[in-house]
Design a protein around this ligand. Structure first.
Ligand code: FE2
Length: 388
């Protein structure tokens, strides 16, 4: 086990073996209340929203577009539990959104973080070296006021700080609330567990430094190419977490292998660094994954041998192994407990963004024991795409 933990408060220690310890930041200069929303730039927001509603089971809760006075784009807000996605499409070519879609395909543009003070968040981060995208500004409507500010992160991705203490509307000023969604087919998704960024060769530490220095995050766990490698390909990963642990961002970079790694494939097709996967938490993974499968979500499959060895690797678990195998759910254990996880195939035609469904039963780790089986499954898919 070579996962390491650094400067993590005791209540967040995931139970791996620490090799180094440093003093945690005395004061959290960027207190985060969680992820506010994730905004995607997509080629056709109406149809993308239908996919997230009918397949992932999210409800359409708000809309902004020409009918609400937003002339250049249409945005659909879909939500399930605390998971809130915004799907935005430009109405004409030639603007920055259309350019983003041309370069990256459909992808995550904004990882928005919920704060009490968006002005202070902007000041604290830009004074520590963040590049500003938008200085703090207020939006108002009859439901109150929201203050927003934005900074750059990896690739063309940005972080927006959202202060909504004095706002009671459905999403943001300018959006029309949607009272009921007859299309939504809920699947039990609760909140975002973590969001992973893929960055370029030898860039992981630069972005680890960014999250540490500029955002006040700490290194939570890390995995080297010996942990995450198969016969053919490798990657390295460091997990950064904010002060209260509500927000976790693993950062991956490719590592040298015999063939092209999944991170390299991503970078080629996304056209640079970006969000690779979003992990969504559930309290009942058997139910959630059954529903998602019925509704058309496709998952990576692992071979039968994974399940014949499972019990001896993870010991006794509450879920029947044959049901886990039927759905393709993976299990891993650490000293604190265990976790169940499964990964979708890419949800778009470019082999870029995918989802993880995760249920934690005590464990706060990231499924290190599953990396090999998982990456071999990904490589079988890369092979089928001609990209290995
Ligand atoms: Fe993950």
């Amino acid at each position: 086990m070579s996962a390491t933990v650094q400067s993590v408060p005791a209540h967040l220690d995931p139970g791996s073996q620490p090799t180094t310890q440093s003093t945690p930041n005395a004061q959290d200069f960027l207190p985060l209340k969680g992820t506010d929303h994730v905004e995607f730039y997509v080629g056709n927001a109406r149809q993308a929203a239908y996919f997230y509603r009918a397949a992932f089971g999210m409800s359409l809760v708000a809309y902004a577009g020409p009918e609400t006075g937003q002339r250049d784009r249409a945005s659909y807000v879909v939500q399930q539990g605390k998971v809130r996605f915004v799907l935005t499409t430009p109405l004409r070519g030639g603007d920055a959104i259309a350019e983003h879609i041309g370069r990256h395909g459909d992808g995550v543009k904004v990882v928005a973080l919920w704060v009490d003070d968006a002005r202070k968040a902007w000041e604290e981060t830009t004074s520590r070296g963040a590049t500003s995208v938008a200085r703090p500004y207020a939006l108002n409507d009859e439901h109150g006021q929201v203050v927003l500010s934005s900074i750059r992160t990896y690739g063309d991705t940005i972080h927006t700080f959202v202060e909504r203490t004095h706002y009671s509307g459905s999403f943001l000023p300018g959006y029309r609330a949607i009272a009921e969604d007859p299309v939504a087919r809920p699947t039990g998704l609760l909140h975002i567990d973590h969001m992973v960024g893929n960055v370029g060769w030898h860039e992981m530490d630069e972005w680890v430094q960014f999250y540490s220095k500029v955002m006040g995050f700490s290194l939570y766990q890390h995995f080297d190419d010996k942990d995450i490698s198969t016969e053919y390909s490798a990657l390295m990963s460091k997990v950064m977490a904010n002060g209260n642990g509500y927000v976790k961002f693993p950062i991956n970079e490719p590592a040298e292998g015999k063939k092209k790694s999944q991170v390299e494939e991503y970078l080629e097709f996304y056209g640079g660094p970006g969000v690779q996967h979003i992990a969504l938490a559930t309290n009942d993974i058997l139910h959630t994954v059954s529903k998602l499968s019925e509704q058309g979500i496709e998952f990576l499959q692992v071979p039968h041998t994974y399940y014949t060895e499972l019990q001896s690797r993870v010991g006794s678990i509450d879920e029947p192994v044959e049901e886990l195998e039927k759905l393709g759910i993976l299990v891993d254990r650490d000293p604190e407990g265990y976790m169940l996880q499964i990964f979708t195939r890419p949800v778009e035609d470019r082999p870029t963004l995918f989802y993880e469904i995760i249920q934690r039963k005590g464990s706060r780790s990231f499924g290190k024991g599953n990396f090999k089986a998982l990456f071999e499954a990904i490589e079988r898919e890369q092979q089928a795409r001609g990209n290995l």
